[in-house]
Structures are given as C-alpha cells and as structure tokens.
Design a protein around this ligand. Structure first.
Ligand code: ZN
Length: 381
C-alpha cells in the first residue's frame, strides 16, 4: 500500500456554513473573522490576532498579493476580483472533496446548498439544526398538545434530504440538563409557554425540556447508526457560557445514546478538546473535531491538533473547517489542518513512533474515512 500524503487526502468537511452573497467592505470582512459581537475598540483591529495573521499570510497570495499585505489592499483586491471569483479561487486551493453544511443560522445572508455546490464544485449535503426546526414549527401556529407530533413530522421530513442533525443546546442553556427523555406531559406544558412567546413575534427556543425533546426526537431518527447528531461544544460566540459547554456534562446522555447506537459528533471543542478526546476514547458513539479552533489558532493550530491527538483513537477524530461566511475560512481550515496534521505525523515519524505508511493511513482516517463511516454519504462521490 503506497503512503498517503496529507496533501492528497480529499477532505470531507463535516461541519461548515454557507458563504455570504455579494462583495464585502472592510467592516464586513472584519466582522467575519471574529466570533465577538462587539466592534473592535477604537484603534484596534481583529486582524491583530492569530486568525488575522493567518488570513493576511496565507490568503493574500491566492489573490495574487504579497504575503502579509495590508488589510486595505486586500479588501480592494477582493472587490476588484468580485465575490464569485474570490470564492472559486479559495475553494480550488482548499481541495475539499465534500461539504456538510449547517443551514440553520443566518441562512438569508448566505448561499444555499445549490449555490454552495456551484461555488465549491463538489457535492454538498445538508445538516439539519434541531432548534431551527422547532422554531419553524412554533411559528406555524400549531397548538401545544400537537407540538411533539408536529415537530417529529417536520424533523422526519427534513431528515429525508439530510445526512445529520445538529443541536445548539450549548447556546441555549448549556449541557447541565437532565439527560432523561422528557415526558409527553412536560413537553406539552413547555410547548404551551414556547408557543405563547412565538405568537408575540420571533420564537427562540431555550426551555431545557424542549431542547432535550429535540435531541431525543432526533435520536429516534438517528438510531442504529443511521446518521450522527452534532453537538456544538466549547468555542463559540458570546451567547454561550463557556464552562457549561464542557462535553463531560453530557456523559449520562452519551451513555444513553450509545445504547441506541446514536453517534454524536462534538464540534470545535476548544478549550475542552482534551475532554472530548477522552470521551471519544471511552464511548463507541463519540466523535469530535477541532474545526473553527484551527483557524482561530492560526500559527498555534499545530499545537491544538497535537493536543487533540494525544489520546483520541485515530478512528474518532474528524475534519471540519467551521467556515462561516468567508471562502477564505474554507481555505484556511484546510491548509492549517493539513500543515498541523503533517507536523504531528512528521514528528512521530522522526521520533521512530510511526512510519510513512501508518502516518498516511491515519491522515486518511481523520481527513475522510471516519466521516464516510458515520455519515450516510456516497463513498464514490
Ligand atoms: Zn459552525
């Protein structure tokens, strides 16, 4: 068996979002290289950080600019080429084989599944966000006693065209919730309150009973290894309380889902990537990635990935970019991952812990094969 080079793995990006439609000015661009909702304080810029540095260093040459060029020059060149050409260049260089896109957040600003397939030139599949479906059902004006059935129907229909579910429980109270399946009576009572709120305007699901109900309804559809449920974990925007997103809080739920053969994938995970790695080593149904953290780490991406790989089985780590809005993030997610993984594996080879052939096999598992095993994807696609 010939060695697989990290560069040659057709990466399956199991968690990402659409690219914004249209051109961006400096403010628009800068707003998408931070998870903060705040504007940079006067005299400061979000480009002065690990992601900003990686952005200027690695993305500029793809637009025919010198590495580390000034931000104004970069923005001007971006507008000169136009959003579509910029996207196509970055996707070409990223070398991604397939994208699994979470369509449940700010979808109106972003290219949809078909638009993304056209830009990226590779197969694009959908991940269904549980809370977005619940909010859609609530806005449709169903009554509280019918909510559970209406939600199950809507989720089942959405799942027909999708390859996985995602929950943002992390953003709606965190993981310290009761792991039991909620009773029908508790769901109807919570739905009554949720629907009352929905009738006054935008529905925002946050009742832990309904969040749990969403996860359990998805578990029924995902059981027997049919498709995974993704959990946003750790690193995110200021709407979450970080310590409540430690995946260790999910342990009892993980055990219950393991008995139903429901795979779960912990997304991002930083700074709990070691906790996630431990859980993936203990429970057959737990997978994880350090996507998004990789590009936000910029020059430290190698250190992050090395920590994620300390104890994780090679069969349990996944690749994602968590790109949101900017095509540059797909590219950065890809090259920072490839450089980081190559760095780790080269050190193992140099120390005599591995050889080229084993390293290539490990790269293939993490970059591609693990996703093919747990998502209902076409392995030839
Ligand atoms: Zn994401």
């Amino acid at each position: 068996v010939p060695a697989t080079d990290v560069e040659d793995v057709g990466l399956i990006d199991h968690h990402c979002h659409g690219v914004v439609r249209g051109d961006l000015d400096r403010e628009g661009l800068e707003g998408l290289i931070t998870e903060s909702h705040d504007s940079p304080p006067p005299g400061m810029t979000y480009f002065d950080g690990p992601l900003g540095l990686a952005f200027r260093r690695w993305c500029a040459p793809i637009l025919d600019l010198e590495p580390l060029v000034g931000v104004e020059t970069y923005v001007a060149r971006r507008r000169e080429l136009g959003a579509e050409e910029v996207s196509k260049r970055f996707f070409k260089e990223a070398g991604l084989a397939e994208l699994l896109i979470d369509t449940g957040y700010r979808g109106e600003e972003l290219h949809d599944i078909d638009g993304m397939a056209a830009l990226a030139g590779v197969p694009v599949r959908e991940i269904v966000r549980l809370e977005a479906v619940a909010e859609r059902v609530a806005s449709s004006g169903v009554d509280a006693g019918r909510y559970a059935d209406a939600f199950a129907d809507a989720l089942g229909a959405a799942a027909d065209d999708a390859v996985g579910f995602k929950t943002i429980a992390a953003y709606r109270g965190g993981f310290a919730f009761d792991p039991e399946r909620p009773s029908p009576r508790a769901v109807a009572a919570a739905a009554g309150r949720f629907l009352e709120e929905a009738a006054t305007g935008a529905a925002r699901i946050r009742d832990p009973v309904l969040i749990r109900h969403g996860i359990w309804t998805a578990a029924d559809l995902a059981s027997d290894g049919r498709m995974p449920i993704q959990f946003h974990t750790g690193w995110g925007d200021p709407d979450l309380v970080l310590h409540l997103t430690n995946p260790s809080l999910l342990t009892e739920l993980i055990r219950k889902l393991d008995r139903m053969d429901v795979n779960i994938t912990l997304l991002h995970c930083y700074p709990f990537h070691r906790d996630a790695a431990y859980l993936s080593a203990m429970y057959a149904n737990v997978y994880f990635d350090v996507g998004s953290a990789l590009h936000y780490h910029g020059p430290s991406a190698g250190q992050l990935l090395a920590e994620a790989m300390e104890v994780a089985p090679f069969t349990k780590l996944l690749f994602s970019t968590d790109a949101f809005g900017l095509p540059e993030q797909y590219y950065l997610g890809s090259i920072l991952f490839r450089r980081a993984l190559k760095g780790v594996l080269d050190r193992w080879i140099a120390a005599g812990d591995s050889d080229e052939r084993e390293a290539g096999r490990i790269a293939g598992l993490i970059g591609r094969e693990n996703a093919l095993r747990i998502y209902p994807l076409d392995p030839t696609g």
